[in-house]
Design a protein around this ligand. Structure first.
Ligand code: UDP
Ligand code: MG
Length: 310
């Protein structure tokens, strides 16, 4: 069996605080992998600078100057985590690609198990979190709720798997065929089929720097996932419409038969209630319309400013 070329893709957005630590750890890991002949000697760590405005670029450039083991894809501005991952995966020439967050909250030593699985013939190896005790109670429960909700509305996700995964060249090439603009990788990758398996690890704490996913961004990301993969919210509108229609028929009969006047307070309440439902429904449909607009415009997903050592 040929030894495969591995590229570890690391998206970085203002990660100057944690990068020195992550570089040391990932380099150590890559050296072990090379030494044990699990990956080829020309394997690399590729940093995707997603429009950082701190010293991230300086740190990456200095590394790339010293050693060809490091490479960079520099994006022209901040495009967001999912697009940074795509830029890394699509610009690297590798037999196997592992994507991992720069803060190494997803235990990087698991990459060893991923590579071994890939050598056994798996195309996709998911990193799955055993427990998330290091996350705040809110983040943990909201994330788990999200996975359950997605499952209920028919979106197939791998429970407790985020964007820490290994993909073979074959899987990356197939992923390229999914041309959508609203990218939600953890929903897309399970659509590829191929040979898949999971490896398990404990999610660690962020060593330094801050989370780039504050609450609102996290909610927007989750909403994107729902709208891109399910029409359940639109179905919910139809069901609500149907149920209110049935209720209103009964109310009508009741009012006619008993000549019952429901009173001004009830009228005000009902007017507000249904105006709320109608506006919310228009909003939800608008969200889908907005997504369609984004898709038909077919704008590029990201812009590469330059690459180093690729
Ligand atoms: N990230 C990125 N672009 C962004 C936001 C985040 O490339 O616009 C990167 C970030 O540098 C990190 C990864 O995405 O490597 C995940 O971000 P973070 O660790 O802050 O998310 P959390 O673990 O808090 O969900
Ligand atoms: Mg993190």
């Amino acid at each position: 069996m040929d030894i495969k070329r591995l590229v570890i893709v690391v998206p970085c957005y203002n990660e100057e605080a944690v990068l020195p630590y992550s570089v040391k750890e990932l380099t150590m890991l890559l050296d072990i992998l090379i030494e044990e002949e699990l990956v080829s000697k020309d394997s690399q760590i590729c940093f995707v600078n997603d429009g950082s405005n701190d010293k991230t670029q300086e740190i990456i450039e200095n590394l790339c100057k010293v050693d060809k083991k490091y490479s960079e894809v520099k994006l022209a501005k901040n495009f967001g985590h999912q697009y940074a991952l795509l830029a890394g995966m699509y610009n690297c020439n590798a037999d196997i690609i592992v994507t991992i967050d720069a803060d190494l909250q997803d235990d990087h030593m698991t990459i060893m198990d991923m590579v071994k699985k890939s050598n056994e013939g798996y195309d996709i190896v998911y990193g799955v979190r055993n427990k998330r005790t290091s996350d705040t109670f809110f983040k943990r429960t909201s994330a788990e709720l999200f996975y359950k909700l997605m499952d209920k509305i028919g979106v197939k996700l791998i429970f407790n798997h985020a964007d820490f995964r290994l993909l073979s060249r074959n899987a990356v090439e197939r992923l390229k065929e999914y041309k959508e603009r609203t990218v939600f990788l953890r929903g897309l990758v399970p659509l590829l089929g191929l040979r898949i398996c999971s490896v398990y690890y404990d999610r660690l704490e962020r060593i330094a720097g801050e989370s780039k996913y504050p609450l609102l961004k996290m909610l927007a990301f989750a909403w994107n996932g729902i709208v891109s993969f399910s029409v359940f919210p639109i179905r919910l509108i139809s069901s609500t419409g149907f149920i209110t229609l049935v209720i209103s028929l009964f109310l009508f009969i009741y009012t006619v038969v008993y000549s019952h006047f429901t009173g001004i307070r009830t009228m005000i309440f009902l007017t507000f209630f249904f105006s709320g439902i109608i506006l919310l429904s228009i909003g939800i449909i608008g969200e889908y319309l907005g997504k369609v607009l984004t898709e038909v415009k077919c704008r590029p997903l990201y812009q590469v400013e330059k690459t180093i050592n690729l």
